[in-house]
Design a protein around this ligand. Structure first.
Ligand SMILES: [Zn+2]
Length: 400
């Protein structure tokens, strides 16, 4: 997170194109301070649900709100409390992410216990649950109990892509905050303020389709931009069975490589930290016991890492599919003469060629094929199988 806050924006300065949400959260933070002073509650709630499309900044919004609740000054952005929230080290902020594909019941129960404690800073105990839609049913039940009977100073902030992805019982107990897809111009402005040239910033912002983090990566990370180019080079090559199958293999392989790179960065430091925690290299009494302990803990860690690697691979593949869908959406936009900014910057010639050579109906079928593939992957269909089905459908459509 970079400090690009407008003067006076405080902790909400990182939110792009979300004025209504910022106003609401500021109001609630002020109400929360009033409650702490013993005044009547005019708008503070103990459970919040932040929703919005990927990259719209729902966890950024939740984090900013946490900072505003914990800061004696309503989220000034520069006091020790605000800095600790930003760094993720504030004693009264529990940041929770699922270890792998989902939250287990054990992880959630531990969290509920910790959340019941009194805030050490005398304000609130804030629990920020990212990807709350990934809670298993048992975990959701544990969470529900905690939200139903919240300790007086505990605030739950849940984040999910949409409210529908949470069980109704949890959803109905939360106040809903909905972020919108930020306009490309607003994202480009942020990137420009960070030093990206205006042209490049706008291209990246359009390519990322409202996803700020992805826009930043595309503008600043040559590998990420190259991977996207590889994905967008796929449609013109889908001329038959052979090319369709090799394109599928390439897509899956690229997603794997991207996930491997992220995984490698995360895994080894975690293993090192665990070995140090068990006093690796020490000798004397208790070492045999520690060695047995470290083996068990290492096995736990490796299980979690494996599960996370699966999720990272799936996320990487999903990003590629979204880029493909955007490509065909651009084709469709030209075919129906819709007035939209094209997302497929750098590939306009291919978009135009396909728009002229095929029908809008076939483009709709292709977009559908990409979306079906995403759904199949979500259902744990083997990636290569699902992607092959998709590229074959895309290639078949090329004759229409
Ligand atoms: Zn502050």
């Amino acid at each position: 997170m970079t400090a690009i806050a407008a003067p006076g924006a405080g902790v909400f300065g990182d939110l792009v194109g979300q004025d209504a949400v910022v106003a609401e959260l500021r109001g609630a933070a002020a109400a929360a301070s009033a409650v702490l002073r013993g005044e009547p509650n005019t708008g503070m709630t103990h459970a919040w649900l932040f929703t919005g499309p990927p990259g719209s900044g729902r966890s950024v919004a939740a984090r900013a709100f946490a900072a505003a609740l914990l800061c004696p000054d309503g989220g000034c952005g520069h006091c020790p409390s605000c800095h600790q929230v930003r760094a993720g080290t504030h004693a009264d902020l529990l940041l929770v992410r699922p270890d792998g594909l989902s939250y287990g019941v054990k992880q959630t129960r531990n969290l509920v216990l910790r959340a019941a404690g009194a805030p050490s800073g005398g304000r609130w105990q804030v629990v920020l649950f990212e990807d709350a839609d990934r809670a298993t049913e048992q975990a959701a039940n544990a969470l529900l109990k905690a939200i139903e009977e919240p300790p007086p100073r505990t605030v739950w902030l849940l984040c999910a892509p949409s409210a529908e992805e949470l069980v109704t019982t949890i959803r109905s107990r939360c106040r809903l905050v909905t972020l919108r897809t930020p306009p490309a111009e607003a994202i480009a402005e942020v990137l420009t303020a960070e030093g990206v040239t205006p042209d490049r910033a706008l291209t990246a912002a359009r390519a990322a389709q409202g996803h700020i983090g992805r826009a930043r990566r595309l503008a600043t990370d040559a590998d990420a931009a190259a991977r996207r180019d590889d994905v967008l080079a796929v449609p013109p090559r889908l001329t038959g069975l052979g090319p369709a199958l090799s394109a599928a293999a390439a897509l899956v392989k690229a997603a794997q490589a991207e996930a491997d790179a992220i995984t490698a960065d995360l895994d080894e430091p975690e293993r090192g930290a665990l070995r140090r925690a068990f006093g690796e290299g020490s000798t004397g009494k208790g070492v045999a016991k520690a060695v047995r302990g470290v083996a068990g803990a290492m096995k736990d860690l490796e299980d979690r890492q494996k599960s996370r690697a699966t999720r990272l691979k799936r996320d990487a593949l999903d990003r590629a599919l979204l880029d493909l869908a955007a490509f065909y959406r651009d084709v469709l936009a030209l075919q129906v003469a819709a007035d939209v900014d094209l997302a497929s910057a750098g590939h306009e010639a291919d978009v135009r060629r396909l728009a002229e050579a095929t029908s809008a109906e076939s483009t709709v079928r292709r977009i559908q094929a990409v979306m079906t593939c995403r759904e199949r992957l979500e259902l744990n269909v083997a990636p290569l199988l699902a992607v092959e089905e998709m590229t074959l459908a895309l290639a078949a459509g090329s004759r229409a």
